[in-house]
Design a protein around this ligand. Structure first.
Ligand SMILES: O=C(O)CCC(=O)C(=O)O
Ligand SMILES: [Fe+2]
Length: 564
């Protein structure tokens, strides 16, 4: 998020909350760049308890515990604080009574541009590009004037409650500050300055967060997202030297995730979630359509790609990544290049580095292979060529099955299926075993950009998909199966009928994981739009290459930028 100087930007728009009463759907103004959900789900309950202390104010060591918590965390919880339970409940119910008023009523007490009290959006709104899913009511001292506007005959209950609560807060603040400041041995004058007095400042803020149709996009983003062009440096291309690395560098240490969330899935649940479809079964087409609509991802077996070739691609990939860092860097991707050895292309969009090195092939890889193995490049090239041909065939068959039920035109079908001018990328991914897998990310959360992806996990789990309401789910590696997933272009072409599945790759401590991804898309110069079969297109029409450059620049936001 860009942060602005507040004065440049403060307008009424930063004060009036959206009309939560009448809103239908989820507005672009409130859609923040998608963030990695896992980063938010940090702790198990046990961990949380040990992290932020809950302190019994009536206990004899309260003062010591409070001092420690202030130093360590700057935050703690208190119980036995002496504030009557009924009053706490009353404040909540009076707050709910206020926010339950109509938008029209609440706007009668809207905060003014330079005012401090009343109804409105968070005061930090002008500093962010996106709006927050929030409305608030700010009280300083008496709230009788506003309350009389809201409830001309029934304001007293609200005011009495808020007054009583403010008095209780003042007492509690007084006690807490005594306990916090005494051990610092401050002067009496300093103590008087800090504790509540007739001229201290106090603010009572009631916050309301209505239920939200799209919570994963409405919460405050954790990762700063950067415009790639501002930031692309060599540092985003050269992977860490996995050969000589010792320990686990801070550059690769992501905020901790909740491991338990991933472990709770039973094998059954995992299996039932993402279908494994037998391509020679008579109902394959129906199952594929269902999977595209429901998950945007499925696995296929009996796909016709020779098992030996699949194994050869894996062993040739391992041969490449087993070269020394020095050798691999001879074919390092250039800053504006698309092929060669390097870090994930999504690296510039994240503050932390990924536990990953990759090798990207588009068409022939003979030039790079000759640099790596001057006399033995043929085996590598032949394998990658044969595999790309097989992927093209499989993509062709899959797209026929996926698009036929949509009843697309022949022209649209020709646009989608592989042809001499379509785009295809073969991506070899390497995730070396990692000393600290719970803090590392192999490939950060993303959607694939083109139409369809075929992924081979090469026998080791690691791929996870994000399912709204369920969180991150492992996609188990199934012997002989490929994972097929919908990319942004198919999401757009299907008029959002098929989700572009958000996914990531995780790493492990014991095994060096390899995966092979094949991405297929229509010609760069061709026009992209929802199929003409859809009466109400929900995306704008633009050139494929225009979409890809939006993705390259705005990443998480590219899809929302092309919404009609
Ligand atoms: O390695 C994996 O499992 C996922 C790879 C991936 O998502 C990609 O290459 O786009
Ligand atoms: Fe991907």
């Amino acid at each position: 998020m860009t942060t602005h100087s507040k004065n440049d930007l403060l307008t009424d728009d930063h004060i009036t909350p959206i009309d939560f009463e009448s809103i239908d759907g989820f507005p672009e103004s409130h859609s923040w760049p998608q963030f990695d959900e896992s980063l938010n789900k940090i702790q198990t309950h046990d961990l949380k308890d040990s992290l932020i202390p809950v302190i019994d104010l009536a206990s004899p060591n309260a003062k010591t515990l409070i001092s420690q918590a202030c130093e360590t965390w700057g935050v703690f919880q208190v119980v036995n604080h002496g504030v009557p339970f009924e009053l706490v409940k009353k404040v909540e119910s009076e707050s709910r009574r206020l926010f339950a008023l109509t938008t029209h009523e609440k706007c009668k007490v809207l905060r003014s541009v330079d005012g401090a009290t009343g109804y409105g959006s968070p005061k930090l709104s002008p500093f962010f590009d996106k709006r927050m899913w929030h409305e608030g009511f700010t009280i300083m001292g008496s709230c009788v004037d506003d309350a009389k506007v809201l409830w001309p005959h029934e304001y007293q209950r609200f005011c009495d409650t808020m007054d009583a609560y403010q008095n209780q807060m003042k007492l509690l603040i007084h006690n807490l500050l005594l306990m916090i400041l005494e051990p610092l041995d401050v002067t009496q004058e300093e103590m008087n300055w800090a504790i509540p007095a007739h001229d201290s400042q106090s603010v009572l803020q009631l916050n309301s967060y209505p239920s939200c149709p799209n919570p994963s996009r409405a919460v405050v983003a954790i990762m700063t997202t950067n415009s790639k062009n501002d930031l692309l440096t060599d540092d985003h291309i050269t992977p860490i030297d996995f050969e000589s690395i010792d320990g686990f560098p801070e550059s690769h240490s992501w905020p901790q995730f909740d491991e338990s969330l991933n472990k709770i899935q039973t094998r059954d649940l995992k299996d039932s979630l993402i279908p494994v479809i037998d391509l020679v079964s008579p109902n394959a087409k129906t199952l594929i359509s269902q999977a595209c609509e429901t998950w945007g991802v499925f696995q296929v077996v009996n796909h016709g790609v020779p098992f030996e070739l699949v194994k050869k691609v894996e062993s040739e990939s391992r041969r490449l990544f087993a070269l020394t860092t020095h050798e691999k860097c001879k074919v390092l991707r250039s800053v504006d290049g698309a092929t060669g050895y390097g870090s994930p292309k999504l690296s510039p969009f994240f503050d932390k580095r990924m536990w990953h090195e990759g090798f990207t092939i588009m068409g022939s890889c003979v030039d790079d292979a000759k640099v790596l193995w001057p006399h033995e490049y043929q085996r590598f090239c032949d394998t990658m060529d044969a595999y790309q041909n097989q992927m093209k065939l499989l993509i062709h068959n899959l797209l026929l099955m996926i698009l036929e039920p949509l009843d697309v035109t022949q022209e649209e079908m020709n646009w989608a299926i592989p042809a001499h001018d379509s785009q295809s990328v073969l991506q070899l991914n390497s995730y070396p075993s990692c000393p600290n897998p719970s803090r590392a990310v192999g490939l950060a959360s993303h959607t694939d950009s083109l139409l369809l992806t075929i992924l081979n996990q090469c026998g080791i789990d690691g791929l996870e998909i994000f399912v709204e309401g369920l969180g991150w789910r492992r996609v188990p590696s199934v012997e002989g199966a490929f994972v097929v997933n919908v990319g942004d272009l198919l999401h757009i072409f299907s008029n959002a009928k098929f989700p572009a599945v958000t996914h990531r790759a995780m790493v492990n401590q014991s095994e060096h994981r390899i995966s092979v991804a094949y991405f297929h898309g229509p010609p760069a110069e061709s026009r992209l739009a929802p199929s003409s079969k859809f009466q109400k297109p929900c995306f704008k029409s633009l050139l494929v290459k225009e979409y890809l450059s939006l993705k390259y620049k705005h990443f998480f936001e590219a899809l929302s930028l092309v919404r009609a």
